[in-house]
Design a protein around this ligand. Structure first.
Ligand code: FAD
Length: 601
């Protein structure tokens, strides 16, 4: 390290580069700390309830309590009884069809005392105008707020790279800048992300910073190398220098980062995910010893990066479970339903798991692939964990074929087959956002994003039955291409509507392929509607806000109005649309309802 520091002072005497880049890392850490401080009040509110400590970290099996029979459910019209009144209306019109009769708390909950989750509104609700500006989309799925974070990050590195330094005269500096970012890039690559824990964000929400930091690391490494090659060339010492062992290792490290970058471009990520993933793992493991052999003085950074990634893999191993699961095909949705009834606790609604299917039917290496899927059920239900895996490519296609080979159907035990699976997780999810702490919840989902809404709604209803939910209105807006997609989920959606005894639940399904008249539209239960065309999200949000405010002075008068949460899970454009709709809401109405917060999954 001393040798390194000396060489720094010889090229750039005004700045000790080793200490300087360390201070830049401290600055970045302090910046992350400021964001964590903003998230702290919500973290404290969330973890003030003991149950929150046990959810969302480790999957487990627990004996389920026997519940007292539910009070009479909302009536659901049988197909034989003819068309319901709701189904003659469009989704938006049907928002007027609600009754306040459901807004009576569970008698047991009243007797035992409610245990309502504390609500702390997000900073975005306190400064909505500022939040709207930051939420403005510069590109699909990329907001101005995210861009600002990247600008600040780049500015810090540019400052580190250029302060009293010229990359061509002092190529060592950019090498130090690259080195200083190695632990940052590795940290942001972890699934069990310590930064994410403090910020209340899943690893997938920080992934854009990982990609950007990785890109800057690659740029800095290349500038560093080109600087030396340039110097050696004008000094006529290139052939002598390139034979030295530290420089050979420098070349190995450079090729490694360049290949990581090349194989991470969307072309490989989208078309050959396995190749992208495997090359990433092999090359990032190779990079650290190559970097150390090139410049032993950087060992603290190498150790930090190796420690971070090793700890992550250790935790991933500890979060992995092997189970026998039942798989069945659902042809209308072109997806495979995976049921693991033995696994019934440890996750939060909206979280996902990484799934491996340990069967030779998945192909030569298919059994080793792990794919992320959102959990479609709430924890602590008799059905356990359910995943809905849409057939989109090779792996999900083989899974679907395997389930299909065993037979179609949905009756328990009659169809499908049992396979051994490996489940790792849970990951992601709503972080410090507790859906049950809001006055109203809207879930806008597309395609297989319905899994997110199913688990979130089930979770709210479950908490509601325990007197642990503030939610007065739940709306689900599900966009599908084909109206036939609804058919296999009608029983599950109907069951949810039946369970919504204390809080009215409305589910509007919108289909975009309008060539055929949908079958069975006339036999949907009240609360479930099927409409052609795109949903009018602004209108639904408006209706929900009005109802949330009016309920606040009525049946649930004792409950404060704690805002509306809008959960989104679907194609990127869907999140952008919802963000735009929220930004258009009048400030007075927003204030009256206690704020509108958006959670994207
Ligand atoms: C957090 C998260 C939750 C998800 N939840 C669901 C869900 O509940 N239901 C559902 O049907 N789908 C879900 N998906 C999508 C699902 O993971 C992919 O459709 C599946 O991995 C595709 O695999 P494939 O080999 O069949 O398709 P491919 O054709 O190989 O890939 C299709 C797309 O999926 C991506 N992909 C492929 N393999 C992986 C992998 N191992 N890890 C991450 N991305 C990959 C590729 O980049 C590509 O864009 C989720 C994805 C994420 C990131």
């Amino acid at each position: 390290m001393e040798a390194t520091t000396q060489s720094v002072s010889s090229t750039s005497p005004a700045v000790n580069a080793f200490q300087f880049v360390f201070h830049i890392d401290v600055f970045l850490l302090a910046l992350a700390g400021v964001f964590a401080l903003f998230a702290l009040p919500r973290a404290v509110a969330r973890f003030s309830r003991a149950a929150e400590w046990r959810q969302g970290h480790i999957l487990r099996s627990i004996p389920l309590e026997r519940r007292a029979p539910r009070p009479p459910m909302r009536s659901v019209q049988s197909p034989a009884a003819g068309p319901s009144t709701a189904d003659n209306l469009t989704s938006e019109e049907s928002h007027t069809l609600h009754s306040e009769a459901h807004l009576i708390r569970h008698p047991a909950a009243k007797k035992e005392g409610w245990s309502l989750p504390p609500h702390v509104c997000a900073w975005s609700s306190r400064v909505p105008t500022f939040a709207n500006i930051l939420r403005y989309r510069l590109d699909a799925g990329f907001s101005l707020g995210q861009a600002l974070i990247l600008v600040i990050y780049s500015a810090a590195l540019v400052y580190a790279g250029f302060l009293k330094s010229n990359p061509f005269a002092d190529p060592l500096r950019t090498g130090f800048v690259a080195m200083s970012q190695v632990p940052v890039v590795y940290l942001l690559a972890t699934k069990n992300n310590i930064l994410g824990i403090f910020l209340g964000l899943g690893y997938e929400k920080l992934n854009y910073i990982h990609r950007f930091a990785g890109t800057l690391l690659v740029i800095a490494s290349n500038v560093h190398s080109i600087g030396y090659i340039y110097q050696w060339t004008i000094d006529h010492t290139f052939s002598k220098n390139i034979r030295l062992s530290p420089h050979i290792w420098a070349f190995v490290a450079l090729v490694t980062v360049d290949l990581i970058y090349l194989f991470s471009i969307p072309f490989f990520r989208r078309r050959a995910y396995n190749f992208f993933y495997c090359s990433h793992v092999v090359l990032f493991v190779l990079f650290l010893p190559a970097l150390h052999a090139h410049q032993p003085g950087v060992w603290p950074y190498v150790i930090a990066a190796a420690g971070i990634i090793s700890l992550d893999y250790l935790i991933r191993f500890m979060k992995t479970r092997v189970f026998n699961a039942r798989i069945r095909p659902i042809p209308d949705l072109m997806l495979t339903r995976i049921e693991v009834p033995q696994l019934n606790a440890g996750w939060r609604a909206g979280q996902h798991v990484r799934l491996r299917v340990l069967s030779s039917a998945m192909g030569w290496f298919g059994w080793a692939e792990s794919h992320p899927f959102t959990i479609a059920t709430a924890a602590k239900t008799p059905e356990g964990m359910v995943l809905l895996c849409k057939k989109t490519g090779g792996w999900t296609g083989r899974l679907y074929d395997m389930a299909k080979a065993a037979g179609y159907g949905s009756d328990e035990g009659a169809y499908g087959r049992t396979v051994q699976i490996m489940i790792e997780g849970p990951y992601g999810g709503p972080g410090h956002c507790v859906f049950a702490s809001y006055s109203a919840a809207i879930f806008v989902v597309g395609g297989s994003g319905i899994t997110f809404a199913l688990s979130a709604v089930q979770d709210i209803l479950q908490r509601d039955s325990e007197g642990a939910s503030r939610v007065k209105i739940i709306e689900v807006i599900w966009s599908v291409q084909d109206s036939a997609s609804l058919t296999p989920l009608v029983p599950q959606l109907t069951a949810l509507i039946q369970q919504s005894v204390y809080t009215p639940l409305k589910i509007s399904v919108h289909y975009t392929r309008t060539s055929e008249k949908p079958a069975g539209k006339d036999f949907l239960p009240p609360g479930l509607t099927l409409t052609a065309g795109r949903p009018k999200i602004a209108k639904v949000l408006d209706a929900v806000m009005s109802r949330a405010v009016s309920y606040g002075s009525n049946v649930k008068a004792s409950l404060d109005i704690t805002g509306v949460v809008v959960g989104v899970c679907g194609p990127t454009g869907m999140g952008d649309d919802v963000a735009h709709v929220i930004s258009q809401v009048d400030g007075g109405r927003r204030w009256a309802v206690g704020g509108i917060e958006m959670h994207e999954e």
